[in-house]
Structure formats: structure tokens, C-alpha cells
Design a protein around this ligand. Structure first.
Ligand SMILES: Cc1cc2nc3c(=O)[nH]c(=O)nc-3n(C[C@H](O)[C@H](O)[C@H](O)COP(=O)(O)OP(=O)(O)OC[C@H]3O[C@@H](n4cnc5c(N)ncnc54)[C@H](O)[C@@H]3O)c2cc1C
Length: 389
């Protein structure tokens, strides 16, 4: 058995692992990143539709979900979007703001991965791919057994990501390792994921697949105003992906189909025609024609009185959408939940119980909203650990 010794081992060459290794390498640590896949950063390459939404200019702690909403603050404050943007600019990577502070590469996500690999090389970090980690043990130091090779270091950083997109190799490795060392896990569920119609909504709306409209969706004390998209199976689009991270089965999601508009206002004026055609024409001013017509077929006013119109108005702004479920990890961008933040130092990401063991990135119970926040968490938590190794 060949044994290789390092100052620190990082499991997983994704966004968080590479950033952590770079920061530690820059401080003179001898670091090896052990990656199971045949190449590093696969998720970076598919992110943001291939252009990687690498950060968000308006990053605030409120953009993250965690059992402890204060946990992420320290790391986020010590590695800000400006710091990552400075790195991107140093590498002369062209980028643009798409919307709502979301920064994307002009060319391709490969620019970000290439930048991280260049930084790794400059910091003397070894990135080893196709490493099949079989066992991790801890004696005087951590030992990572990978078949014919064994890697030893006093410090181990777990950056193996979450459960989303198993087709790309996501597994529960990080959670299993945490459990093995007695580190608690908060229940995991798919986040930033399309939602599936219940049988009744499926009958009414599935054939409208492709229709999209701006809505406000609300659930569990959170709301988002963005586009909603009808699909063959349910609802998607940024508004739905955002709220999906907060949705728990049995809660309906409130959908405001016509934000800021009073659809029945004209109908309630004396002398206005009060017919299904007139209300449809009002709703069609703010909601795509087919969705407006279909929605009114299922929510026809019970009468043409002002009271009944007010009730329809309320329903337009508070449509209770009760999904049957989500499209699961196969379609989820992230995993909500993970390594319990109570177990970790907010400053360094080190386990309180197991000195030398760190968790960074998506494997931790910190999940960003859609819009570059998940990468910002990966950079910030990776840097926090890397600077402490
Ligand atoms: C389709 C899609 C698009 C996305 N787009 C964006 C976006 O534009 N902006 C944004 O902010 N976020 C986006 N995300 C989310 C973002 O990709 C993740 O939050 C981020 O990659 C998490 O980084 P990480 O380093 O923690 O984990 P990962 O990037 O998942 O990296 C984990 C690495 O660990 C490796 N690994 C796993 N198990 C082992 C093991 N046993 N041994 C060794 N290595 C192992 C994996 O192969 C992987 O390389 C997107 C996600 C998806 C699925």
C-alpha cells in the first residue's frame, strides 16, 4: 500500500473544495483534493445553463435557508461577492449581470473552472481525479483509503456536495461520513426543484405546458415575485423553484396570478357588463390568454354581485396551489438540509466534536436562493475553512 502524506485532504473537487484548497495552498499548506469523478467541477460546467451564475451582487444572509439563519453570516461577510469578482477580473473573464444582481460568464462556465484550476496550480494544490474513496478513518491523523492508495493528513475537509442530480454522481457520501464521526444531520430534501400537479390541477392545466407569467408565490412566511412556468407535469420557472425550497408537503402555496392589479375593478363599477367574457378580457390583460381562460373555467364567479366579484378577486391573488410533490433530486438544483450547523464553527467550518474535520459547501445545512447564492456559499464556506487550515 502506497501512502501519501499531506497537510490537508479535501474530498470533492467542486466549487467549495477547490476554493478551500486554493486558500489553504496559498498559505503554504500541502493540499490534495481527492475527486471521485474523472474530472473536477462537473456541476460548475452545467450551472447557469452552461454560463455559471457564479455570484450575486445583492448577497445577504436572508438569501440563505438554514436551521440556524445566523450561521452563514460570518463566512459570507469574510468572503464577499466583490472578492470573487476581483478573482474573475484578475483572470480577465468576461461577465455580465443578467438580472437581479445575477452575474454570469459571457462565454462559458469553463472559464470559472479553468480559473479555479489555474489558481490551484499556482498554489501548489494537487487535484487527483478518479479517486475511489473507500474508507475514512482517524487515528493520529485522518487516513483516506482509496484502493491501492492511502492518503494521510491531520486535517480532512468534506466538500462532496449534496444529493441533487444523481446522474452526475451525487451520493450521500458526505452525510454518511458525518454520521460515522457522530456529526448530526438535518433532514434533507430537494430544493430549487419543479413541483408536480395534484390530479385535479393536472386535468385542468397540464395541456397549458409552456405558458409562463409573472406571479408572487408565498409559503412558510416567504414570498418571491418572478416568472412561473406551466409544464406537462406541474409548475416550474424561477418563482416556483425559489418557493420549492421552503415548501413542505401538506402546505399549499399561495399564488398571486395578477400582482398589483385589481382585475375585477372595472366590472364592479355601476353599469359595467358583468359576464364571463368581460372578466376574462380583464384577466387576459395581465395573465396569458389560455391560462386566464382556463383559470376562469375552474374559478367562475358564483354570482355577478360585488361580493362575489370581490371573492373572485381574492382567489386570483391567493390561488392555493397544493402540489403532489416535487420532481425530486433528479431535477433539483440543490439539497436543503445537511450537516447540522450547530456542529460546526461558523468561522472555520470545523466540527466541534471532531477537531480537524471540516465541512464546506452544499453538504452543510445552508442553502441559497436561486441566483448565484449557492456558489457564493461554496466560495465563502470554502475560503473560511481554507484560511483556517
Ligand atoms: C443544473 C444545476 C445548475 C446550477 N446552477 C447554479 C448557478 O448557476 N448558480 C449557483 O449559485 N448555483 C447553481 N447550482 C448549484 C451549485 O451547483 C451547487 O450549490 C454547488 O456546485 C455546490 O458546490 P459543492 O462544491 O458544495 O458541491 P459540488 O459542486 O456538487 O461538488 C462536490 C464534488 O464532490 C465529488 N464527490 C462526491 N462524492 C465524492 C467522494 N466520495 N469522493 C470524492 N469526491 C466526491 C463530486 O463528484 C463533486 O465533484 C446549480 C446546480 C445544478 C444541479
Amino acid at each position: 500500500m502506497k501512502i501519501q502524506k499531506y497537510d490537508a485532504l479535501v474530498l470533492g473537487a467542486g466549487a467549495a473544495g477547490l476554493m478551500c484548497a486554493i486558500e489553504a495552498g496559498k498559505r503554504g499548506r500541502r493540499v490534495a483534493v481527492l475527486e471521485r469523478a474523472e474530472r473536477p467541477g462537473k456541476k460548475i460546467l452545467i450551472s447557469g445553463g452552461g454560463r455559471c451564475n457564479f455570484t450575486n451582487l445583492h448577497c445577504r444572509p436572508e438569501n440563505f435557508i438554514s436551521s440556524n439563519p445566523h450561521f452563514a453570516k460570518s463566512a459570507l461577510a469574510r468572503y464577499t461577492p466583490s472578492e470573487f469578482i476581483a478573482l474573475v477580473e484578475k483572470h480577465k473573464i468576461p461577465y455580465h449581470e443578467k438580472t437581479l444582481g445575477q452575474l454570469f460568464c459571457d462565454r462559458s462556465a469553463q472559464d470559472i473552472l479553468g480559473m479555479l484550476q489555474t489558481e490551484c496550480a499556482a498554489a501548489g494544490v494537487r487535484v487527483l481525479t478518479s479517486v475511489n474513496v473507500q474508507e475514512v478513518t482517524r487515528g493520529d491523523e485522518f487516513a483516506v483509503n482509496a484502493g491501492e492508495m492511502e492518503f494521510h493528513a491531520p486535517v480532512l475537509v468534506v466538500a462532496t456536495g449534496g444529493l441533487s442530480i444523481p446522474k452526475m454522481g451525487a451520493t450521500d457520501f458526505g452525510y454518511a461520513l458525518a454520521r460515522k464521526f457522530g456529526v448530526a444531520i438535518r433532514d434533507t430534501r430537494p430544493g430549487l426543484v419543479p413541483l408536480i400537479f395534484n390530479a385535479e390541477d393536472h386535468r385542468h392545466f397540464a395541456d397549458l405546458a409552456g405558458v409562463s407569467t409573472e406571479v408572487i408565490v408565498a409559503c412558510d412566511g416567504q414570498s418571491f415575485r418572478e416568472k412561473m412556468l406551466v409544464t406537462h407535469r406541474g409548475l416550474s420557472g424561477p418563482a416556483i423553484l425559489q418557493i420549492s425550497s421552503y415548501w413542505k408537503t401538506s402546505q399549499p402555496i399561495r399564488v398571486d396570478l395578477a400582482p398589483d392589479c385589481e382585475v375585477t375593478k372595472r366590472l364592479q363599477l355601476p353599469g359595467s357588463p358583468r359576464t364571463i367574457a368581460s372578466i376574462r378580457s380583464e384577466l387576459q390583460k395581465v395573465v396569458p390568454n389560455r391560462l386566464a381562460s382556463r383559470w376562469l373555467e375552474t374559478h367562475t364567479p358564483s354570482a355577478w354581485t360585488n361580493a362575489a366579484l370581490r371573492e373572485t378577486e381574492r382567489e386570483i391573488h391567493e390561488w392555493p396551489f397544493s402540489p403532489d410533490g416535487t420532481e425530486g433530486y433528479a431535477k433539483a438544483e440543490v439539497t436543503v438540509g445537511g450537516v447540522d450547523t450547530d456542529e460546526l464553527s461558523a468561522k472555520t467550518m470545523e466540527s466541534h466534536k471532531v477537531p480537524g474535520l471540516f465541512f464546506v459547501g452544499e453538504v452543510v445545512d445552508v442553502t441559497g436562493h436561486l441566483g448565484g447564492f449557492n456558489f457564493q456559499w461554496a466560495w465563502a464556506s470554502g475560503a473560511a475553512a481554507g484560511r483556517a487550515l
